[in-house]
Design a protein. Structure first.
Length: 280
């Protein structure tokens, strides 16, 4: 793990700003699938990588699919990893495709022994193919499964123990799950082993109402909410600062807005006793 630092998600509207000032953030995270096809996007990523650390965040491996992993997709990811040499590669605890049919969403996985075996086998295959540890991101939950025999944190603990993978702890997703399905975030944080947590995500969410009840959607389309900042403070108080990413994927603002969010996270890192911030 690199020294704790604050990064931002690189999105196309900010590419010129980032290339002009590659040290404006400590690292940049990109969605791996956007760079698998080569062309100008991949060339720009190669250029950025000469001046700044990069992490790859995948959305297409579908590690929770009950069937073989897409080896062509995995090979494309390996090619990108070899070229970019990211310091972190992450994916989602979810599934998004089966038998060649893909959904434009990250679908939930039941937390059962059978599901654990499927995800663990796919994580093992991915880590072997990439030659590095992979982090799994906790989902933003909108439903829960009656058949789940494990809670989400216990599922992640067992997955890390079986495979040696790590956890990308999305703090906004924790908050969304707490409001939508009653996840106990405090028990969740007590359950996860500190050594497994290698990255944190922060993002905004959207609140709506469904039949008079509040419903929270992880849309990455606004600033981090105060309640999520509070949970972030609790998280880094429990685990210590970790590399932290500001995500913003819809209604994308000026680059300076992301940097302001990153500066707030950096100040909170600095407030944790015994940690000295690294320069951007």
């Amino acid at each position: 793990m690199i020294a704790p630092a604050i990064g931002v998600g690189l999105r196309a509207p900010h590419l010129a700003d980032v290339l002009a000032s590659p040290r404006s953030a400590a690292f940049f995270e990109v969605h791996a699938e956007n760079y698998m096809g080569g062309g100008p996007a991949r060339a720009a990523l190669r250029q950025l990588r000469q001046d700044a650390p990069v992490s790859l965040h995948g959305v297409g491996l579908s590690l929770g699919t009950d069937g073989p992993i897409n080896r062509a997709h995995l090979a494309r990811l390996r090619s990108l990893v070899d070229e970019v040499q990211p310091f972190i590669v992450s994916e989602h605890l979810a599934w998004s495709g089966i038998d060649g049919f893909y959904l434009n969403d990250l679908c939930p996985t039941p937390y059962t022994a059978e599901s654990l075996a499927v995800v663990a086998a796919h994580v093992d295959e991915t880590q072997e193919a990439l030659g590095m540890r992979v982090l799994l991101e906790n989902p933003a939950s909108y439903i829960s499964f009656d058949q789940s025999s494990l809670d989400e944190a216990a599922f992640l603990v067992q997955l890390c123990s079986r495979t040696g993978c790590g956890v990308l702890l999305d703090v906004n997703n924790l908050y969304v799950a707490s409001r939508n399905v009653g996840l106990d975030v405090h028990a969740y944080l007590r359950t996860l082993p500190p050594g497994a947590i290698e990255e944190l995500h922060l993002a905004g969410h959207h609140r709506t109402d469904v039949e008079g009840f509040p419903f929270f959607i992880d849309d990455h389309g606004s600033a981090v909410e105060p309640e999520v900042w509070d949970l972030f403070a609790e998280t880094i108080g429990a685990f210590g600062p970790r590399p932290t990413l500001i995500e913003w994927d819809s209604q994308i603002p000026r680059y300076e807005v992301l940097l302001a969010e990153a500066a707030k996270a950096r100040r909170m890192h600095s407030a944790v006793e015994g940690w000295a911030p690294c320069p951007p």
